[in-house]
Design a protein. Structure first.
Length: 353
């Protein structure tokens, strides 16, 4: 086997908000990934991680289909992710962080240190994708509940599948490079419990600033993120936790704060994505208070800023579409069926706009 440091591989694709630490690629957010295209019989990866409580899980896909899913070890370890492939066939290998960034863990980080191919293996140029897409959200976008049966209620990283969400389904169907920023329990203005520190917008312009211990900062988590001209589409799925926490906001704020924060966040998104179409969605978990506020904020933002490329849409709710156990997710979260239907609704919308 021949070993290649990540920066020695010219033909690679890095997806999501990541950074390099020495020769290693540090992955933070769920669905951040390394992709390579190879002629090879065997493919190995050298990985390591750190955490106090919340370990990272990795999904491996070959040509878009999952073939492996496993917990990342703490110490550096070589793991075979493909063997006895046809060496004359091109194979796209995707190594995806299946676990969201864990804001409550001061050591949570995942590293891909190197890739190994059999001695005759080669890296091939990757085919360019049609567009760039960014997804901003909460536990739904993090894929909480997409592993485990509907009875599983423990809050553990094993039940996260960022690689199987509506967001990833949309990106694949649209042949798009993707980037995801999402955090369970967080919202536009506060979290599920009313905590005003649990909000995504203040972290949007940084690499992954909710990982902010001194240890994590050493991997550039609080650096400004390079948007590189921005995305073609930005899909925001926030508001579910604001809906839950609106009556218990820690500082006694009312729902009108969400109105102001939506408009302010849209300005930030637009400043970093000048050519993007922005789509704000909700509804995979039924909401009552927030949709009207978000809709009004978007309407007023568009009028005030003469920005006609911001849209909104309600997605089908899990309570309406999940009929069987196979449809459902764990931890009371949207299951595979809801993600599939939500993805198709977004795909149809994008194709018509």
């Amino acid at each position: 086997m021949k070993s290649y440091k990540i920066n020695e591989i010219n033909n690679k694709r890095i997806l999501g908000r990541t950074s390099f630490y020495k020769d290693s690629l540090a992955l933070f957010w769920g669905a951040s990934a390394l992709e390579i295209n190879v002629h090879a019989k065997e493919v190995w990866i050298n990985i390591s991680s750190d955490y106090d409580t919340y370990e990272s899980w990795i999904a491996v896909e070959i040509n878009g289909y999952e073939t492996n899913r496993f917990m990342a070890p703490k110490e550096e370890q070589w793991i075979c992710i493909a063997r006895n492939l046809n060496p004359e066939k091109e194979n796209l290998i995707s190594i995806i962080k299946d676990t969201q960034a864990m804001s409550g863990d001061n050591h949570h980080v995942l590293f891909i240190n190197a890739v190994g191919l059999d001695d005759a293996g080669t890296f091939l140029q990757l085919k360019s994708r049609s567009m760039k897409m960014e997804f901003v959200g909460d536990s739904i976008t993090s894929g909480e509940g997409l592993a485990g049966n509907s009875d599983e209620m423990d809050w553990i990283t094993q039940w996260f599948c960022a690689s199987k969400t509506y967001a990833m389904q949309v990106a694949k169907e649209m042949n798009a490079d993707w980037s995801v920023i999402s955090q369970c329990g967080w919202g536009i203005s506060w979290g599920w419990d009313g905590n005003i520190n649990s909000k995504i917008p203040p972290h949007y312009t940084k690499v992954c600033s909710l990982l902010n211990s001194d240890f994590q900062k050493s991997f550039k988590t609080t650096d400004e993120y390079d948007f590189n001209k921005g995305s073609d589409w930005v899909v925001v799925n926030l508001g579910t936790n604001d809906n839950t926490g609106v009556s218990v906001s820690a500082s006694g704020q009312d729902i009108n704060v969400v109105y102001d924060d939506v408009k302010a966040f849209l300005k930030v998104i637009r400043s970093k994505n000048p050519a993007a179409k922005i789509l704000w969605v909700w509804g995979m978990i039924s909401l009552d208070k927030i949709p009207g506020v978000v809709s009004k904020a978007i309407k007023d933002y568009k009028a005030e800023n003469k920005d006609d490329f911001v849209f909104s849409m309600e997605l089908p709710s899990m309570s309406d579409v999940e009929k069987t156990e196979k449809d459902k997710g764990s931890r009371g979260h949207p299951g595979p069926r809801t993600h599939e239907i939500g993805a198709q609704a977004i795909i149809d919308f994008i194709k018509s706009n």
